[in-house]
Design a protein around this ligand. Structure first.
Ligand code: NAD
Ligand code: TYD
Length: 350
């Protein structure tokens, strides 16, 4: 029997890779992509699959309860893969309310609608995509496991922690089948150029300063986005109900070292004299409450589900830089808001 799967946030960075993977690899599924098309959501990311017979798009806001209830009254979803969220820490510092609304209220609206939808929930699954940032900040030692206590430090991570708690509460109280994964920092094609890697690429390309917060000593654990999409596919199909899986690539980098590596790759790909891009590195005021280090212990997902990252960092960064250099039009389209205006006109509000 054909299954209908709702993917929220499918026009965003990770969501678009997940949608593409599911549309292509699971032709027996009808994939419904629900996205508000915020500044970060862009249907240009999906032009290669937009005409596939098992794909459809719905523009809408997960924080709009009436809209969500109406959507779930029209479809009975066998699965929900929930990625829609406000996702940038710096924006959460300057404007936290948007994060509370989208990430917490939005998630609860989906949980309620899923709970109330027609038919029983046997064989169905609500899969919540979350972040390792819910665990807070590590010192120089240790890794986040699934048992690490929650200790979110930013409005973004607190809103994601809140949404994780809601998902577990709906499982515990109402018995809805859920699974959660908490992933480390992703990078790759289609990431909005406000996050470190695409921002640095765009600035180097345009010979603009590359801002490094504080002393550049903060550490992140980087994973190529397609490896995350593969993990999501696996958890969705093989993850155990009620469980949590941490996803990460055992790939820790200090921000400054990462930016220096990017500069080298950019010099090479742009045919610039070695050392040209590194001159753009500029230390700027630190982020308020900047978490020092994130690092994932991925032993549960590797041993229980057989997942492992397949793209080395050097290869992934090389591919990512190449993609941005070959897609300057995409960069212009997302930064100017042109794509946003275009796709908003195509899909009228309800
Ligand atoms: P993104 O900002 O690139 O994309 C988010 C998408 O959600 C956009 O398409 C946006 O239009 C949509 N959206 C936002 N608010 C919405 C709303 N109210 N209603 C409907 N759609 C809405 O984010 P991303 O980096 O692709 O992250 C996707 C998910 O993965 C998020 O839940 C994030 O917390 C999580 N995550 C991200 C990372 C990372 O490194 N980027 C790591 C771990 C987990
Ligand atoms: P970011 O990509 O925003 O992801 P997150 O804050 O969710 O980890 O930032 C990654 C790291 O890079 C983080 O330690 C903050 C730092 N950073 C900079 O040094 N300069 C920048 O311009 C940005 C956007 C981030």
């Amino acid at each position: 029997m054909q299954k209908t799967i709702l993917i929220t946030g499918g026009a965003g960075f990770i969501g678009s890779h997940v949608v593409r993977r599911f549309v292509r690899n699971h032709p027996g599924y009808r994939i419904v992509n629900l996205d508000k098309l915020t500044y970060a959501g862009n249907l240009e990311n999906l032009t290669d699959i937009e005409n596939e017979p098992n794909y459809s798009f719905v523009k809408g806001d997960i924080a709009d309860q009436e809209f969500i209830n109406e959507l779930f009254s029209r479809h009975s979803f066998d699965g929900v893969i929930h990625l829609a969220a406000e996702s940038h820490v710096d924006r959460s510092i300057s404007g936290p309310m948007e994060f509370i609304t989208a990430n917490i209220i939005g998630t609860v609206n989906l949980l309620n609608a899923f709970k109330e939808q027609a038919g029983n929930n046997e064989g169905k699954l609500f899969y919540h995509i979350s972040t390792d940032e819910v665990y807070g900040s590590l010192g120089s030692e240790g890794l986040f496991t699934e048992e690490t206590s929650y200790d979110p430090g930013s409005p973004y991570s607190a809103s994601k922690a809140g949404s994780d708690h809601m998902v577990r509460a709906w499982h515990h109280t109402y018995g809805i089948p859920v699974v959660i994964s908490n992933c480390s920092n992703n990078y790759g094609p289609n990431q909005f150029p406000e996050k470190l890697i695409p921002l640095a690429i765009n600035n180097i390309l345009n010979s603009k300063p590359v801002p490094v917060y504080g002393k550049g000593e903060n550490v992140r654990d980087w994973l190529y986005v397609e490896d995350h999409a593969a993990a999501i596919d696996l958890v969705f199909h093989r993850g155990l109900t009620g469980e949590t899986y941490n996803v990460g690539g055992n790939n820790e980098w200090r921000n400054l070292d990462l930016v220096k590596l990017l500069c080298k790759i950019m010099d090479r790909q742009l045919d610039r004299k070695p050392g040209t891009s590194a001159k753009l590195i500029t230390f700027v005021k630190d982020r308020a409450g900047h978490d020092m280090r994130y690092a994932i212990d991925n032993s549960k997902i590797t041993s229980a589900l057989g997942w492992k990252p397949s793209v080395s960092f050097e290869e992934g960064l090389d591919r990512t830089v190449r993609w941005y250099l070959e897609n300057e039009k995409w960069l212009e389209g997302v930064l100017s808001g042109d794509y946003r205006d275009y796709y908003h006109k195509q899909y009228t509000e309800r």
